[in-house]
Design a protein around this ligand. Structure first.
Ligand code: ADP
Ligand code: ZN
Length: 291
């Protein structure tokens, strides 16, 4: 199988050719410019490689309902020029093979569940903490869409005692993403997150917010595993802090060793590393072909 994966992000598009085992054989990255320029470049990549199927893992919000006239569109994004962009229709009208389409984080969850650290569980939550915050869910092999699709980065959290930072989300200011995304860290501390030292107080604050969000997800969805990816999670010291926070917050209410023993195979990093999204896009292509 020759599969094409497209990880459509707000800053860059990562394009890949790979196989049914999640191996990435060719990879290209292009900056996210205006939709016409960007999608034309994606289209050229597809036409050059002539894959059997294409998977699109997109930033959103997106329309995932195949019965909707706007299926496969990026809908209400605040990213200039990208609202109401028919990404799926644009590409499939130029090269006609089976297409898979899902959110970037749902795709990453599928990628991890097939080829990464999500193997062996029936319910997997993949959360990215990067430029934005978003969560994808795979339950019994299927991604959760529902009414639209989950937007786990925009839940409201209890502010840290004495919190004065208002948050950077253009819709909700101090939602999870507004308080704890990479840009939020940069705005709060006046320097890019990657430049903060290993023991900077920023990381305890991050764990305070990420731990709260995970508590809510654990209580609502009860995932058997949680994978935390995205640029901010390159700070590996966050993992034990977050596991500790989750245990403290749940306060003995959930009696499971994954939580009580703060197991490192419950809340963990992606097995596919930064390739989770691109591998996920390949997985969407593979599934589209199988259908
Ligand atoms: P995107 O979310 O745009 O797909 P990333 O997941 O790489 O991309 O997230 C980018 C964000 O992660 C930026 O805000 C950046 O400051 C932050 N980031 C990248 N690397 C690190 C790092 N090593 N430590 C902390 N934050 C980082
Ligand atoms: Zn928000």
């Amino acid at each position: 199988m020759k599969l094409c994966g497209i990880e459509a992000g707000g800053t860059k598009f990562v394009l890949g050719i790979g196989d049914e085992n999640g191996n990435i054989l060719i990879r290209e990255s292009i900056p996210t410019l205006d939709p016409e320029t960007t999608l034309e470049a994606v289209s050229r990549f597809i036409l050059k490689h002539r894959p059997d199927a294409v998977g699109i893992a997109s930033f959103g919000p997106v329309d995932l309902n195949p019965d909707s006239p706007t299926y496969g569109e990026i809908t209400s994004t605040p990213k200039p020029h990208w609202a109401n962009t028919p990404i799926l229709r644009y590409l499939s009208s130029r090269y006609d093979v089976p297409y898979g389409f899902d959110t970037d984080v749902n795709a990453a969850a599928v990628g991890e569940s097939l080829w990464g650290n999500g193997r062996g569980v029936d319910s997997l939550l993949y959360l990215t903490v990067g430029t934005g915050i978003g969560g994808g869910l795979v339950i019994n092999g299927q991604t959760v869409h529902g009414l639209l699709h989950p937007e786990m980065g925009h839940i409201l959290l209890q502010p840290y005692p004495g919190e004065t930072f208002l948050g950077v989300c253009p819709f909700h200011k101090g939602c999870f993403e507004g308080l704890a995304s990479g840009p939020a860290i940069e705005r709060r501390w006046g320097t890019p997150a990657a430049n903060l030292s290993f023991d900077h107080p920023a990381w305890d604050l991050q764990a305070f917010y990420i731990g709260q969000a995970l508590m809510s997800y654990i209580l609502t969805v009860s995932p058997q595993r949680i994978i935390l990816g995205g640029g901010v999670m390159h700070q590996e010291q966050l993992f034990p802090k977050i596991r500790g926070r989750v245990k403290t917050l749940l306060n003995g209410y959930l009696q499971h060793p994954s939580i009580l023993k703060q197991r490192d195979d419950y809340i963990m990093a992606p097995g596919l590393g930064d390739d989770a999204g691109l591998c996920g896009a390949l997985a969407l292509a593979m599934r589209a072909l199988e259908r």
